[in-house]
Design a protein around this ligand. Structure first.
Ligand code: HEM
Length: 528
C-alpha cells in the first residue's frame, strides 16, 4: 500500500491533477485529439505516439538495451527520424521535465494520453524510466524497406509478425504522412499538407477505420495505396500472413484491446537495467507541505494541503467532507487540538485528473512551537452528514515530518540579470535553519544545497546535473535553530525553472523544492 512520501508522488500529481485547483496542466497540449499548436498539418496526439514508437524502436529486447529511454533526442540526424514531430514533442515535455519526471516517463505519458484522448482504451501508467545519455542503435522501420526487413526489426523490438501488423495498424489510425517530409510517398512537397491514413476526420479518432478501409480496398492510406509501390509498407505488412490479422482487427473491440495491450508493451519496453513501478493508481489521501519554516515570531509556520479523493467509487462526496490534522511533537507527545483544513476556494478547491479522478483540497495554515517541534501528523476526514470521522495514519506510522532542517523560503531569493553577451546570469540564495541540538550531536554535519542544474547536451532535453554548494553558518540563532546560507550561487540561464534539495544527510533533507516560487521572494532577513 502507498506510504507518503512516495517515490513517484510528483508523477502522480502530473497524472492526476489536470484541471482545477493546483493543476499541473500536462493536458494542455492535447485538449482534443486533433489539437496541433496552431501549426498547419500538426497533430500532437499523432506526433507524440510516433515519437514514442521511434524512441522505442531501437530496442534490442534480447540484449536488454534501448526501449523507451528518450534516446530519440540524440537520433534526430538520422533519415529514419524525419519531420518536426520529435522537436515539437520535446518542446512540450520540457515544461514538465525534472529530477522526478524523466523525459522517458513523460514521453510514455504523452503517448498513453494521446490514445485515450482520441477515444482509445485507457490503461494505468507505470513509471520509473531512465533517460539515455547517448544515441541508441539505429533501426526505426522505413517505408521503402521490404517485409522481411520489417519483420526482423519488429522481432528485435519484441513483437512477432501478428503483433507487428497490429501495432502498425494501431499507430496508423491517427495522423498521416506529411508531404513536405515524404514527397517520394505523396508525390508533392507542399508545406503543412498531410495525407491522412484514413478518410474524413477519422485521423482524429482512435478507431479501426485504417483496418476497415484497407479490407474494403478503398483506403486513403498513402502507405497502402501510394502510387510508389516501393514505399507501400503498410500494404505489405497488413497483407502478411494472408490478411487474417486485419480481419480480426475489423472487430472494433478487439482492435481496442490489442492496441491497449501492444501499445502498453511498447511504452513499457525499457532497458534491462530499469525497473518500472507498479501501475500508478490515484492516491486516496495525500498531503502536501507548503511550508515548515521559522517566522519572525520565533515559531514555526506550518502550512499545506490535504488532498482527498472523492467520487462514486470512494463513497465520498466533496461537499459533504471536512478535514483537519493533529500532530505529534518531536518528543512523541500527541497534540490533539485540531488544525483545521479549510476547503480551498479557488476552482471550488477541486481538481480533476485522468481516469475521471476527482479530488478536493483542504488547506491548513498554523504556527507550531519551535521548541516542541513536530515529528508526524495525522489526517482526519469527516463526513459532515453523519459526523463520522476516519483517521488516516499513512499505513500505521503517521505522516512523517522532519523538523531538523528547515527551508526558509522567505529569506531566500533567485534572480537573473542580463550579461554582456546577450544572455542571462542567474544567482540563487537559499537560507536554511538547522536545529542546534542536531548540530551539537554531529560536529561534522555539512549542510549542502543540491541544485538541479540544466546543462545543454545539444539535444531535446537538458541533462540535469547536481550543482552542489555548501551552506555557510551565519551568526544568527532563532528559537533553537542556527541559520545557514548558500549565498549568491551562480546558476546558468537554462536553470530558471528547476528544483533543489537542502541536504544534511540522506535521512535529513528538504527535497524537490521548486525554484519558481523563489522569484517572488526577496531574501528578507528574519528579523524578530
Ligand atoms: C514498418 C513500420 C512503420 C513504418 C514504415 C512507418 C512509417 C510512417 C511514415 C512514413 C509516417 C509519416 C510521418 C510524417 O509524415 O510525419 C508515419 C506516421 C505515423 N506513424 Fe508510422 N510507421 C511504422 C510503424 C508505426 C508504429 C508501430 C507506430 C505506433 C504504434 C506508428 C505511428 C505513427 C503515427 C501516429 C504517425 C502519424 C504522425 C503524424 O501525423 O504526425 N508507426 N509512419
Amino acid at each position: 500500500d502507498y506510504v507518503w512520501p512516495g517515490e513517484h508522488d510528483h508523477m502522480e500529481d502530473l497524472l492526476y491533477l489536470q484541471f482545477g485547483f493546483n493543476r499541473f496542466g500536462f493536458v494542455d497540449g492535447i485538449l482534443s485529439c486533433g489539437f496541433g499548436q496552431s501549426v498547419q498539418g500538426s497533430q500532437n496526439s499523432a506526433e507524440w505516439i510516433r515519437t514514442a514508437y521511434h524512441d522505442m524502436a531501437t530496442a534490442d529486447v534480447e540484449a536488454g538495451t534501448g526501449g523507451l529511454d528518450m534516446s530519440i533526442m540524440f537520433e534526430l540526424n538520422r533519415d529514419e527520424n524525419r519531420g518536426n514531430a520529435f522537436g515539437n514533442t520535446f518542446g512540450h515535455l520540457a515544461n514538465f521535465y525534472a529530477t522526478r519526471s524523466s523525459g522517458a516517463d513523460l514521453l510514455a505519458r504523452v503517448c498513453w494520453r494521446s490514445r485515450s484522448v482520441c477515444g482509445g482504451y485507457d490503461v494505468l501508467l507505470r513509471v520509473g524510466r531512465i533517460d539515455a545519455t547517448e544515441a541508441g542503435r539505429s533501426g526505426v522501420p522505413e517505408p521503402q524497406q521490404d517485409l522481411d526487413t520489417h519483420t526482423k526489426m519488429f522481432a528485435m523490438q519484441g513483437f512477432n509478425q501478428t503483433e507487428m501488423i497490429e501495432l502498425v495498424a494501431c499507430g496508423h489510425t491517427l495522423g498521416g504522412v506529411h508531404h513536405e517530409d515524404f514527397p517520394e510517398i505523396t508525390g508533392v512537397d507542399t508545406k503543412g499538407q498531410v495525407t491522412h491514413f484514413e478518410y474524413g476526420n477519422s485521423n482524429t479518432a482512435f478507431d479501426n477505420q485504417v483496418v476497415t478501409e484497407y479490407l474494403q480496398g478503398n483506403t486513403s492510406n498513402p502507405l497502402v495505396s501510394g502510387s510508389n509501390d516501393t514505399t507501400n509498407s503498410d500494404k505489405r505488412i497488413f497483407a502478411a500472413g494472408g490478411n487474417k490479422t486485419m480481419q480480426a482487427l475489423s472487430d472494433p473491440t478487439y482492435f481496442q484491446e490489442r492496441c491497449q495491450s501492444l501499445m502498453t508493451r511498447m511504452i513499457d519496453t525499457v532497458p534491462s537495467t530499469v525497473t518500472l513501478s507498479e501501475p500508478l493508481t490515484p492516491i486516496d489521501i495525500k498531503p502536501y507541505i507548503n511550508m515548515l519554516a521559522l517566522n519572525t515570531k520565533g515559531t514555526l509556520d506550518f502550512s499545506g494541503y490535504i488532498r482527498v479523493r472523492y467520487g462514486a467509487d470512494t463513497g465520498r462526496s466533496a461537499d459533504d467532507l471536512a478535514a483537519y490534522i493533529t500532530y505529534t511533537d518531536r518528543s512523541g507527545k500527541n497534540v490533539s487540538t485540531p488544525i483545521n483544513g479549510v476547503r480551498s476556494t479557488y476552482q471550488g478547491g477541486t481538481a480533476v485528473g485522468f481516469h475521471d479522478t476527482n479530488f478536493v483540497f483542504f488547506a491548513w495554515d498554523t504556527q507550531l512551537d519551535a521548541a516542541a517541534g513536530i515529528s508526524k501528523f495525522h489526517i482526519h476526514v469527516t463526513t459532515k452528514s453523519t459526523n463520522e470521522t476516519v483517521v488516516y495514519e499513512n499505513g500505521g506510522a503517521g505522516f512523517p515530518v522532519q523538523d531538523t532542517v528547515l527551508y526558509q523560503r522567505h529569506q531566500s531569493c533567485l534572480s537573473f540579470a542580463q550579461n554582456g553577451n546577450g544572455g542571462w546570469d542567474g544567482s540563487i540564495t537559499v537560507v536554511a535553519a538547522v536545529r542546534s541540538d542536531a548540530l551539537n550531536a554531529s560536529a561534522s554535519a555539512v549542510l549542502a544545497l543540491h541544485f538541479a542544474s540544466h546543462v545543454s547536451q545539444g539535444a531535446g532535453l537538458d541533462r540535469l546535473e547536481v550543482q552542489v554548494e555548501k551552506f555557510v553558518r551565519t551568526e544568527q540563532t532563532v528559537a533553537g535553530y542556527e541559520l545557514f546560507e548558500a549565498k549568491g550561487m551562480a546558476i546558468n540561464q537554462r536553470s530558471d525553472s528547476t528544483t533543489f534539495d537542502i541536504v544534511l544527510d540522506e535521512a535529513t533533507k528538504v527535497d524537490f523544492q521548486l525554484t519558481s516560487p523563489l522569484k517572488q521572494e526577496s531574501c528578507k532577513p528574519l528579523v524578530q
